[in-house]
Write a protein of this length. Structure first.
Length: 185
C-alpha cells in the first residue's frame, strides 16, 4: 500500500466515523460522548479514555460547538490539520443536511401530530443520553461524595442565580490551581 492510499484510508475512516457520530446522535454534543467513546476509544483505539476525558474538558472550555470542537481535537491528534478539518466537516455535515431537509419541508409537517409526538417522546431519551455520560465522566474524574458539591454548586449558580459559566470556569480554574499549589501534598 503506497503512502497516499494509507493517508486516504485514514482520512476516509476519520470522515466515516465522525459522520456516523454526527448522524446518529440526538441531543447535542454531550449526547455524543458515549458514541465517541465507543467508536474512537474502543473500536478504533485512536485515543485512550484518559485522553478522551482531557479532550472533553478542553472542548468544553473552548468557544464553539462542543461536538465540532472534540472532533477537531481528535482529528488533529490523528492526522494534524487535515484530520481536524475532516473531523469538523464530518461531524457538522449530517446536522447541516438534516436541517436543510427540515427547512425545505417544514411547512408540510409543521402541524403534523405524529411529528409533534415524536419530538415530545424524544425529549426524555435526550435527557438520558446526556445524563449517562455525565455520570461516567464524574466517576472517571474521581468526583466523590467529598467533592460532589463543586459541580452541584456550579450548576445551581448558573441555573438559579444566572452566574455566567465563564465566571464559574475561571473561579474553578483558579481554585484548582490554588489547591494544587498550596494545599495538595
Amino acid at each position: 500500500m503506497c503512502p497516499g492510499s494509507i493517508l486516504y484510508y485514514i482520512m476516509w475512516e476519520l470522515f466515516k466515523t465522525f459522520f456516523h457520530i454526527g448522524l446518529f446522535t440526538f441531543g447535542g454534543g454531550y449526547a455524543m460522548i458515549p458514541l465517541i467513546e465507543t467508536k474512537v476509544v474502543d473500536e478504533k483505539k485512536w485515543i485512550d479514555r484518559e485522553m478522551l476525558l482531557d479532550l472533553i474538558a478542553i472542548a468544553q472550555s473552548c468557544p464553539g460547538v462542543f461536538a465540532v470542537n472534540i472532533s477537531i481535537f481528535i482529528g488533529y491528534r490523528i492526522k494534524g490539520t487535515a484530520g481536524a478539518v475532516v473531523g469538523a466537516l464530518a461531524t457538522s455535515l449530517p446536522s447541516f443536511i438534516i436541517i436543510l431537509a427540515i427547512a425545505l419541508f417544514f411547512q408540510q409537517f409543521r402541524e403534523n401530530e405524529y411529528v409533534d409526538r415524536f419530538f415530545r417522546g424524544l425529549r426524555p431519551a435526550v435527557v438520558a443520553l446526556i445524563a449517562a455520560p455525565v455520570f461516567r465522566m464524574g466517576v472517571r474524574a474521581k468526583i466523590t461524595l467529598r467533592t460532589i458539591w463543586i459541580p452541584m454548586v456550579s450548576a445551581v449558580a448558573i441555573w438559579m442565580f444566572g452566574v455566567s459559566p465563564i465566571y464559574v470556569i475561571l473561579i474553578a480554574g483558579l481554585a484548582g490551581y490554588a489547591y494544587g499549589q498550596f494545599i495538595k501534598e
